[in-house]
Design a protein around this ligand. Structure first.
Ligand SMILES: Cc1cc2nc3c(=O)[nH]c(=O)nc-3n(C[C@H](O)[C@H](O)[C@H](O)COP(=O)(O)OP(=O)(O)OC[C@H]3O[C@@H](n4cnc5c(N)ncnc54)[C@H](O)[C@@H]3O)c2cc1C
Length: 429
């Protein structure tokens, strides 16, 4: 028997709540297939609930696949590892490091499940580094009829490219095989520059490092630059994180000086000038990610790489003219192109710009205004972060949209995974 309970489900930021859903935690493959066949629909699959879009929301059944976690096997020669799809990234990194392997790149946190990270094309930064799904070599997925499908990149490349950014719309992933690299060490550096400098040299900066990104601090005129490059040096201590304290200060200054931008700018600028440069060496799994305790909502658009600086300049002007409530830094990253049909990086070198808004405040006006700019620059939204696009929009910005939807129908002919939100997203009547 699978375990079920009727409880409210909520995402990390609290922006999505599923009050009426039944939660099911199948204990194995046969039970999972049975739930998909028989449980009240629509069925949605939850990872760690770190998406800001209502991908998991349903009045039917939410599948929590916590039994499908952990390292299944690894290949020390091919540097591949097979893991349960619900494995949290933080656990995955430890399994891989112990096996002498490393993820080629990571995003900002390690709380997501690998299935969820694949589900929305989660990514880190690096002009030659792809998102997590670009590491996919094989997958086991239970489709909408409860049939178990085993796919490998050698035999089923097209199908994996069609379904790899899953959106939880093709079936429930139970195991995935990832192509990794040998475990490695990174030198991490962080320093502050005037925003004008980095806007003028964005490509040079991004291209000069294996992984580079920057955060623009609103109403400060400055950006924090962060780089990570392979190193063989001895490890050195990673400085204590002060992001949360920094955000608390930015919020205070916003509240006290929101309508006095010059004073706000002067005080933040002075604080940033005192920020010590960071420079340390650590094993890869201790470098990429941070704790994110202060809750926010987020929108991220993936733009043609060369449009990044101009789009960011417009977003900054918009924010500083019309949205004094904004205090969270804006994050700017690059991502390598790939061949996955529903990937925002499909055949496109990308500059990603993320904007954030306090989770206790209404983000709609800010995000709608920013979205108009992102769309004008040909942006594709992050699947897991706030946006207002529907199927017709995606059909115009994803060259293989129709093909991907045909594959989806073959995986889920009865629309078991189609909630009202998914229906709008995918154009299912
Ligand atoms: C604090 C914070 C920091 C973040 N940092 C980054 C970042 O640096 N880079 C970035 O790109 N994104 C980032 N994100 C977004 C986040 O990585 C994505 O939203 C990701 O999809 C969340 O993974 P999850 O395990 O929580 O999945 P969920 O949000 O629970 O689910 C996401 C999608 O995956 C599907 N899914 C989950 N598991 C499975 C499975 N086993 N089989 C099939 N489908 C499945 C779900 O149905 C859903 O459609 C961040 C989010 C937060 C809250």
């Amino acid at each position: 028997m699978n375990q079920t309970a009727t409880v409210a489900w909520t995402n990390w930021s609290g922006s999505v709540v599923a009050r009426k859903a039944m939660v099911s935690r199948p204990r194995g493959l046969a039970e999972l297939a049975d739930v998909i066949r028989t449980a009240p629909g629509p069925i949605r699959i939850a990872g760690a609930g770190h998406s800001f879009t209502p991908l998991v929301e349903t009045d039917g059944t939410i599948l929590e696949l916590e039994r499908f976690q952990g390292l299944v096997s690894h290949d020390a020669i091919a540097l591949q590892a097979t893991v349960g799809a619900a494995t949290r990234l933080g656990d995955l990194t430890k399994h891989l490091h112990a096996a002498g392997q490393g993820l080629a790149n990571m995003g900002d946190i390690d709380k997501q499940s690998i299935g969820g990270a694949l589900g929305t094309a989660t990514h880190g930064s690096g002009v030659s580094l792809g998102a997590y799904h670009s590491q996919l070599r094989a997958m086991e997925i239970v489709d909408g009829r409860g049939d178990v499908r085993q796919l490998t990149i050698d035999n089923d490349r097209e199908t994996i490219e069609a379904t790899g950014v899953t959106l939880g719309a093709f079936g429930a992933l139970t195991e995935v095989t990832l192509q990794n690299i040998a475990s490695y060490r990174l030198r991490r550096r962080r320093w502050v520059v005037p925003i004008g400098d980095i806007l003028a040299s964005c490509d040079t900066f991004m291209s000069a490092h294996r992984s580079a990104e920057f955060y623009f601090i609103p109403f400060s005129g400055h950006a924090l630059l962060i780089t990570s490059d392979i190193s063989t040096a001895d490890v050195s201590p990673r400085p204590a994180e002060e992001d949360e304290e920094g955000l608390a200060t930015l919020k205070q200054l916003r509240t006290w000086l929101g309508w006095l931008p010059p004073l706000r700018r002067a005080l933040i600028g002075a604080a940033l000038a005192r920020l010590p440069e960071e420079d340390y060496v650590q094993d890869w799994l201790n470098v990429y990610t941070s704790d994110r305790r202060r809750k926010f909502n987020e929108m991220e658009y993936h733009l043609p790489y060369e449009e990044g600086p101009r789009a960011l300049a417009e977003i900054i002007t918009l924010t500083e003219k019309h949205f004094p409530e904004v205090y969270f830094p804006m994050e700017v990253r690059s991502v390598a192109p790939d061949e996955f049909w529903l990937s925002p990086f499909y055949r496109r070198k990308t500059c990603s710009i993320a904007i954030h808004h306090d989770a206790a405040e209404d983000p709609k006006a800010f995000m709608a205004a920013a979205e108009a700019i992102f769309r004008r620059y040909g942006g594709r939204p992050h699947w897991g972060k706030m946006h207002n696009l529907v199927a017709a929009d995606f059909a115009s910005i994803y060259p293989r949209w129709k093909d991907a939807m045909a594959v989806r129908r073959s995986f889920d002919p009865d629309n078991r995974f189609v909630s009202p939100y998914l229906a709008r997203l995918l154009g299912v009547a």
